[in-house]
Write a protein that binds this ligand. Structure first.
Ligand code: NAP
Length: 257
């Protein structure tokens, strides 16, 4: 039996992707656009964002930008309102913007802990709640949170990141069970080590780099583009009954001893 070609079709769906001016967020936005979605890219820097929107538009995709800081609740809510006003509905939210801060736990400043949690967890809650309010009014939708392989497993110097990402996994489940009956699915994607700007220092560190390569069964870092398919799947009809799920994209690192 032939597989329906509409399984991964996102035509007519408007998807906001936070942290989409580079790295994983941009790769997810590009993949969704390639499958027909109208993508709204977010990041804090309007110029960087405009360049990435132009890149997608030049390739024939339906792309626009909304520059705001995800930790600014008023700005995030206003952006969602503008998207709905322009297009009538928002189908998808990929809450992907995130920051890292590496300091040993005994020296980790409280203000940095709060900042990392604010960006990587609280902002995803606010955006998820506000997007879901609008989705339930316009026929449902899909929310995808970018978590991490770290959370259920840990390593030194990133306590705030690990706590925030594990919290985001739990929030994914909490929202999925509450919103399932309202037509909104909520899932998460958990990348392993991905070669993005966030990890430049680690990639350039020969010792860390060879640890990642040796510790990952697939023997390498992921490329950002390899996260695109997970986003398309969870946004598309192919994922129509998938909710509350955390999809690992980590080359089997999280299941290896
Ligand atoms: N790379 C990995 O190995 C890896 C592994 C697991 C999980 N992740 C997660 O994947 C997500 C993306 O990571 P990445 O590696 O692609 O990171 P990245 O290359 O550093 O990109 C981060 C993106 O987030 C945006 N951003 C940061 N803070 C923001 C804020 N307050 N408001 C709005 N946008 C903000 C940045 O744009 P501006 O700076 O212009 O705002 C940029 O577009 C993060 O949640 C990260 O924790 C990454």
């Amino acid at each position: 039996m032939a597989i329906a070609t509409t399984l991964f079709d996102l035509t007519g769906r408007t998807i906001l992707i936070t942290g989409a001016s580079r790295g994983i967020g941009f790769a997810m936005a590009k993949a969704c656009a390639e499958h027909g979605a109208r993508v709204v890219l977010n990041g804090r820097n309007p110029d960087t964002l405009a360049a990435k929107v132009d890149e997608l538009a030049a390739a024939g995709h339906d792309a626009e930008g909304e520059a705001f800081d995800v930790t600014d609740e008023a700005a995030a809510t206003a952006a969602l309102d503008r998207v709905v006003a322009r297009h009538g509905a928002i189908w998808g939210l990929i809450a992907n913007a995130g920051v890292q801060h590496r300091v040993p736990v005994l020296e980790f400043p409280t203000e940095d802990f709060r900042r990392v949690v604010e960006t990587n967890l609280t902002a995803c809650f606010v955006l998820g709640r506000e997007a879901a309010k609008r989705m339930v009014q316009t026929g449902g939708g899909s929310i995808v949170n970018t978590v991490s392989m770290l959370g259920p497993i840990a390593r030194p110097t990133v306590p705030a990141y690990i706590a925030a990402k594990e919290g985001l996994r739990a929030l994914t489940r909490a929202m999925a069970v509450e919103l399932g009956g309202r037509g909104v699915r909520v899932n998460a994607v958990a990348p392993g080590y991905v070669a993005t700007e966030m990890n430049t220092a680690l990639i350039e560190n020969e010792q860390f780099n060879s640890w990642v390569v040796g510790r990952t069964p697939m023997g390498r870092w992921a490329q950002p583009e390899e996260l695109g398919g997970a986003a398309v799947y969870l946004m598309s009809p192919a994922g129509a009954f998938v909710s509350g799920h955390v999809l690992s994209v980590d080359g089997a690192m999280s299941v290896a001893v």
